[in-house]
Design a protein around this ligand. Structure first.
Ligand SMILES: [Zn+2]
Length: 379
């Protein structure tokens, strides 16, 4: 692993102020999954202000800065996602509290997005020679029902030329080296409904959906060494009023696994529950609202890639970093056989809650780590 050069050290020192100032701006821009327009426009303008050439926004609302990619046969990707889990369309509330910044989405993944932007700034200002093309991408749709839309689009555009993928996601110490696949469903039961007193006895959509959920919770997840399989019902809605027999009830259900055979097993169990329900009840509609593939890469290529990522982190880490499997933007390149990993860089906590915070004293280490990682791609 190449250590950071003096020039890079100077760049980092000179840009910590820039990083922090822009982080405060970006963090407040709302970006619910599938509505990242405002962040995309802000990021594109910022990248262009450093002189990044060839920056484009695609229809998935990714902002992409390809560096030396024209004619390149091999490309590496440094990515972070712009969307947050919060539906807010007004500026996200931000509070500075000493060294702590409190803001929903600050660590997942806004600070990481700023780290990618800062590396793009370094490239544009210094124009270092590279071994391969490098794509700096700020992608959409990583969270929830975004369904990894941004990374899917990125891979569709750059395809087979991509030989390695890194996403900066979540907190320092969190590293992902494998994919957890999942399938997400919206289940809706529809019945005739009616007055709770006058039409008593008619089928009740909420009661029927509750039965379906009970059946789903009777599914035993497969036990297979070295793998993990889970399921969840995350939301439930329906009904009109306390004195109305509900006409509809809907829930969101998912199962996840880092093993393809276990995912397939969960699918067959799910389908059996739905088939039984459809025979017993009124109208049962199932819509797949998300599908994240499992990994399709392993062995030496992936191991070497993960080692490269770990080496960069270990230069600055103050504790051992143990990679794990998770669901991240890496699912898409991994499913295509492209070595991929996710690296957490900043000290932050409370991801996916409104109490999320980030410790600004971790900014220098984070930038050093990402620069060190980038360094292994420079000529
Ligand atoms: Zn994230």
């Amino acid at each position: 692993m190449n250590p950071i050069t003096e020039k890079q050290e100077k760049f980092i020192q000179e840009n910590i102020g820039f990083f922090t100032e822009k982080l405060l701006e970006l963090a407040q821009i709302p970006a619910p999954s599938n509505h990242e327009e405002k962040r995309a426009a802000w990021i594109k303008a910022l990248l262009e202000s450093f002189g990044c050439e060839g920056v484009y926004t695609d229809e998935a609302l990714n902002v992409v800065y390809p560096y030396n990619c024209e004619g390149a046969d091999e490309i590496y990707v440094l990515s972070a996602h712009t969307d947050v889990v919060f539906p807010d369309t007004q500026p996200l509330p931000l509070v500075k509290d000493g060294d702590i910044i409190r803001c929903p989405g600050i660590g997942d993944d806004t600070a990481n997005a700023m780290a990618v932007i800062t590396m793009a700034k370094y490239m544009a200002e210094n124009k270092p020679a590279v071994k391969r093309g490098i794509i700096f991408s700020l992608v959409s749709g990583e969270e929830g029902l975004g369904n990894l839309k941004g990374t899917r689009k990125l891979m569709e555009t750059w395809g087979e030329k991509v030989k390695g993928f890194v996403t900066l996601d979540t907190a320092y110490g969190g590293m992902v080296n494998g994919a957890v696949g999942s399938t997400r469903y919206e289940i809706t039961v529809t019945e005739q409904g009616g007055h709770s007193f006058g039409n008593f006895g008619r089928p009740n959509a909420i009661a029927e959906l509750a039965q379906i959920i009970t059946e789903l919770f009777l599914i035993r997840v497969p036990v297979k060494e070295g793998t993990k399989t889970t399921f969840n019902v995350g939301t439930i809605t329906g009904g009109t009023s306390v004195n109305t027999i509900p006409q509809t009830a809907t829930c969101l259900y998912e199962y996840r696994s880092d093993d393809l055979a276990c995912l397939t097993y969960m699918k067959s169990c799910f389908e059996a529950v739905i088939a039984k329900a459809a025979a017993l009840y009124g109208k049962v509609d199932v819509k797949v609202v998300g599908e994240r593939p499992c990994a399709n890469v392993c062995g030496e290529k992936q191991d070497a890639w993960i080692k490269m990522l770990l080496d960069a982190q270990n230069v600055y880490a103050d504790r051992e970093i143990v990679p794990r499997h998770s669901s991240t933007d890496c699912n898409i390149p991994l499913s295509l056989g492209i070595p991929s990993g996710s690296v957490g860089t900043f000290v932050c906590s409370g991801a996916h809650t409104r109490q999320e915070w980030l410790d600004t004293t971790s900014i220098p280490r984070a930038l050093h780590t990402v620069m060190c990682l980038l360094n292994s791609w420079l000529a």
